[in-house]
Design a protein. Sequence first.
Length: 237
Amino acid sequence: MKITIDENLFQHMPNLKLGIIHYTKITVSESPQMLKGRLQLFQEQLFFELDTKPLTDFPGIKEWRETWKAFGADPSRYRPSAEALFRRIKKQNYLQSVHSAVDLNTFFSLQYEIPAGIYDLSKIVGNVQLVIGEKEDGYDGLNGRFNSLHHILQLKDEQSSFGSPYVDSVSTAVTEETTDALHVLFLRPSMTREEALQLTTACGNMFTSISGGEASCFVVNQECPSVILNGTHSSNM
């Protein structure tokens, strides 16, 4: 499997970058109490911080609103997923535990103020590309409704769209049957490649410390716009 950022996107956002983590032989199950407690505590602390701090004072939220606008989307109508999480917490509508993979993905998104998505590799068909959504693009999302992806960044395989920094599709959702997964971190464009790789590696290490298996971590950006995943062996192109 080859994962590529469409080169046309760099015309709008030269520093656009993704953190890519390829997991193999993982075990997805009910989250350990440690993770549940950490996720709950983080949300409670964030609630009090949001009481006095505007959303746009969070660097990651601000950057992703700017990224949204750069590609022609309205962040006030279709919010980046990290901002949507922050707004839920501001209303004290805390996120409940789902399973280890989803809970870790949520924790990373909150901690680093970035959209993030995790996908079952067995449900992805062929190669993957990050492109901008056209009028006809959309899917049934994890939010329980059909979502248009017009002017919104999206991940597409050779069959259909399946993920975005807005909301992910139900078609590639990770379940407790998942053993191989693709984790995509929609990193802050201002990060250096070194910072991006450190963050991506930290997420991969924390994930496998809870879910077992192995993680291969990469960053794709303008200088290195693709990565090939092949079994347990992966390489940047």
